[in-house]
Design a binder for this molecule. Structure first.
Ligand code: ZN
Length: 253
């Protein structure tokens, strides 16, 4: 009789624990993280000159650092000196899952991570965060990269209602960000405002990522200054806090 009772109780316990959701972190008025990928230093500085009036603070995730010019490196330092974070985005910028499957994790680290970190160190830049090229990741690679970084950023580009989005900080060292680039199916200023309004009202920290900010969008992987302005103005007017990726890492309990 006891054994008969125990089995349904065990099943209920297992179901309940597997459905436990990780809680999103909440802060007064909500927060916002904006990250930029690749190496569009001139455009990033232009965006900074337009948007620093909103006291924004963002994260620039730099790829292919070994192929950048001296003036690009100077621009990178300028952005950091302006209060932004410089993060890693791959020395050779590959799909981590494909590269690891073909060459193994050690070779992936040797080609994608170690030379990048050496370069940043030689430039006296303390890099603590990493964004995955193409959002390509796995738990196995996360576990390895968390030996090198405090926080990792993946991507989430499905159209989801704000309450169903997974692009809020939830105390995890792996975060998901929603794409702001104009070419995504979900992209519209109205949808981005819905997300940020929800984050503000619920006190959550919403994460976005994009690539190249431009006056007029002419291709993929671009966002207009106007879209960024709308988002940053909303955050500023509603007293939301701008966080960098490493700010989030420092909040993890
Ligand atoms: Zn990239």
């Amino acid at each position: 009789m006891k054994r008969i009772l125990l089995i349904p109780i065990l099943i209920i316990v297992i179901i309940t624990s597997s459905c436990t959701q990780v809680e999103d972190v909440t802060v007064t008025n909500g927060g916002i993280v904006i990250t930029f990928d690749d190496h569009h230093f001139t455009n990033w500085l232009h965006a900074d000159s337009l948007l620093n009036k909103y006291e924004w603070k963002v994260t620039f995730c730099v790829s292919l650092i070994g192929t950048r010019s001296e003036s690009d490196i100077e621009r990178m330092h300028k952005l950091q000196d302006a209060g932004h974070e410089i993060a890693g985005h791959g020395y050779i910028h590959v799909y981590s899952t494909l590269y690891t499957a073909t060459h193994g994790i050690e070779k992936y680290i040797e080609d994608e991570i170690t030379p990048m970190m050496d370069f940043f160190e030689a430039e006296s830049l303390c890099v603590r965060s990493y964004s995955y090229p193409y959002g390509s990741r796995s738990n196995y690679i996360d576990n390895e990269l968390l030996n090198y970084f405090d926080i990792l950023r993946a991507t989430s580009n499905e159209f989801r209602k704000p309450e169903k989005s997974r692009c809020y900080f939830n105390n995890s060292r792996l975060v998901y960000a929603c794409g702001l680039d104009d070419h995504f199916d979900h992209s519209s200023e109205e949808y981005f405002l819905d997300l940020i309004t929800y984050a503000h009202e619920e006190g959550k920290i919403i994460l976005f990522y994009t690539h190249k900010p431009v006056e007029t969008v002419t291709g993929e992987y671009q966002v207009s200054f106007n879209t960024l302005n709308i988002i940053c103005k909303y955050a500023y007017d509603n007293e939301m806090t701008f966080y960098t990726m490493s700010d989030l890492a420092d909040m993890i309990e």
